[in-house]
Structure formats: C-alpha cells, structure tokens
Write a protein that binds this ligand. Structure first.
Ligand code: FAD
Length: 288
C-alpha cells in the first residue's frame, strides 16, 4: 500500500475524508459518493473514528474494505479518548495485519453528551509514539491553524503541535477559511524547527447554520466578508445559491493555498461528492 509520506515526497496529494455511515441509507449514499470520487484518482482517502470507540468496527471495516475493494489508498483515524493503551495497541496491530499503513493519530472529541471512560493516553503525541512502536505506519496528526479551542494560548498550542509533528510524518489541518491562518501555522512550525508537510483541510460551505456550528466547536472563524456573501446568497437564492458561493470560496482558498506552496489539499466531503467534484473541476484537477 502507498504510504502517505512517500506520496507527499513525490508531489501534491489530493485526498478526501469520509465518516462511517450509521444506516443503510447513509451506506448507500457513501457507496455512490465513493464511486464518483474514485474517478478523481485521489492520492488517499481517510475514515474518521468515533472517540471512545463508537465507530471502532465500522471505521475498521470501511478502511479495510476500501483497501480490498477499491484502487484508493486508505488512512484510518484513531483517537486516544476513552481508550486504554491496550485497546489502542489492539486496534493498531489489527490494522498492521490487514495491511493498513496510514494512520491519523488524534486526541479525539467525544460526541456531545457522551461520557467516556478514562483515557490512558492523554495526547495525540502519545498515540504517535505507541503506533511507531507497533509498526512501520505513515503517521499523520491534526493541526489547528487558529489554535485548538481548549489550548491555553496559541503559543502553547503551536509548541505542542511542533513536538507532535516532529514525531509524526505529516499533519492535516482543521478546516479554516483564510489562507493567512494556514500560512501563520506553517511559519510558526518553521520557526520552531519543524518543516514536515502540513496538508490544509478544505470544508466547502453548503449550509451556513451547520458550518457556523462546526466552526464554533472547532475554533475556526468565518471571515465577516465571506459570511456576508453567504447571507446575501441565502436571501437571494436560498440553499442552491449558498452552495454556489461556498464552492466558489473553497475554490479560491484552495488555489491560494496551492500558490502559497501547500503540499496538497484534504477535502472534508461529509460523504457527498458534489462540492468536491465542482472544486476539482474549477481547479482543473479533474484530469489528474
Ligand atoms: P492533541 O494533539 O492531543 O491536542 C489536544 C489539546 O491538548 C490541544 O489544546 C493541545 O494544545 C494540547 N496538548 C497537546 N499536547 C500536550 C501536552 N503534551 N501537554 C499539554 N497539552 C497538550 N476527532 C474524532 O473524534 N475523530 C476523528 O476521526 C477526528 N478526525 C480529525 C481529523 C482532522 C484532520 C482534525 C484536524 C481533527 C479531527 N478530529 C477528530 C478532532 C480532534 O480529535 C479534536 O480536535 C481534538 O479535540 C484534538 O485532537 P488533537 O489530535 O489535536 O489532540
């Protein structure tokens, strides 16, 4: 299986993120999405993990299913929250045996209202160290361009990220809506002596209320000018017009990031293909 840090060494990576579906209907939507997005020949695709293990089997099955039944290179997300060291080791050993080489090591956010048991590993960096001891994985970590919402300060968050990224092979960012946030994160890492690839995460806005809620939870800010464009679109044309503006804004951001030297783009697809297909076409990537 291709290892993501080797792919990054060779050039830009273009990747898609999915979550394991809960229902048969959601499963059918994902299957259709995968079929459409596979035609774009992504460098890799990633599958989220429900903190505490709520998707333990479903994430495993989808990641291994992608490896065995498609031409795409999968990456499994894995989170520390609510797991013992042994639980995490078992999950990693099972991935290694199934031939999965790429893991995104995360702290994990429990779903709202869900109380998790104690976590034996406190931070994503501990999971990177555990995974390194288990197998020759290509290891990614999460980066938060505007700072992680629970961190003491941006300076402290950058210092923790630099330590974590130095242990890992690459980072994928939380979504953000201004290229300056990405550039400042990359510059801060370089000042701290870490130059591993940081792949920006792109979230096309297709619904103002839901993205505002997610942005609030993840610490991302929506620039006033973009919010005004989206609100005007909502008033003039409703959902279709919002989606059009969201795709335009994500295309502009993606192009700015590539022009600024980003090593690739990681699209948060929400298990739908439409917005990603449109941005790909706008960027001229569809023929890759
Ligand atoms: P960490 O690196 O552990 O950081 C968490 C906090 O602890 C930060 O404030 C950091 O500054 C601080 N910190 C780190 N190290 C130390 C230290 N040594 N001492 C003191 N403080 C420290 N969540 C899921 O549940 N499932 C997913 O599949 C998932 N996928 C994601 C994919 C991407 C690309 C991103 C960006 C996020 C994803 N998340 C996912 C969300 C993520 O789990 C949350 O943002 C979580 O709150 C933090 O994860 P982290 O890996 O950045 O944690």
């Amino acid at each position: 299986m291709a290892r993501i840090h080797d792919l990054l060494d060779k050039g830009h990576t273009f990747s898609f993120e999915f979550f394991p579906p809960k229902t048969e209907e959601a499963q059918a939507t994902l299957v259709a999405t995968l079929r459409e997005l596979e035609s774009l020949n992504p460098s890799f695709v990633s599958v989220t993990y429900g903190a505490g293990g709520s998707t333990r089997e479903r994430t495993h099955d989808l990641v291994v299913g992608l490896l065995r039944t498609t031409h795409m290179t999968p990456m499994a997300h894995l989170t520390c929250a609510g797991h013992s060291r042994l639980d995490l080791a078992e999950i990693l050993v099972r991935y290694a045996r199934a031939g999965i080489d790429n893991v995104l090591s995360l702290g994990g956010d429990p779903p709202q209202g869900l109380e998790l048991g104690p976590s034996e590993l406190n931070h994503a960096s501990d999971l990177v160290e555990l995974a390194r001891a288990i197998g020759p994985f290509s290891l990614g970590v999460a980066a938060h361009p505007e700072g992680h919402p629970s961190s003491r300060s941006l300076v402290a968050d950058r210092a923790h990220l630099a330590t974590k990224l130095a242990l890992a092979d690459f980072a994928v960012t939380q979504f953000f809506f201004s290229a300056d946030h990405y550039q400042s994160l990359v510059n801060d890492m370089a000042d701290l002596g870490v130059t591993k690839p940081v792949i920006p995460g792109i979230m096309p806005i297709t619904n103002v209320a839901s993205v505002a809620r997610m942005a609030h939870m993840s610490g991302a800010s929506i620039p006033a000018e973009l919010l005004a464009r989206l609100e005007a679109a909502d008033e003039s044309g409703g959902a279709a017009e919002v989606r059009k503006v969201g795709v335009e804004a994500a295309t502009e951001l993606s192009q700015q990031l590539l022009d600024a030297g980003a090593p690739g783009l990681h699209f948060y697809t929400m298990n739908r293909s439409g917005a990603t297909l449109d941005i790909y076409a706008n960027l001229g990537l569809a023929q890759r």
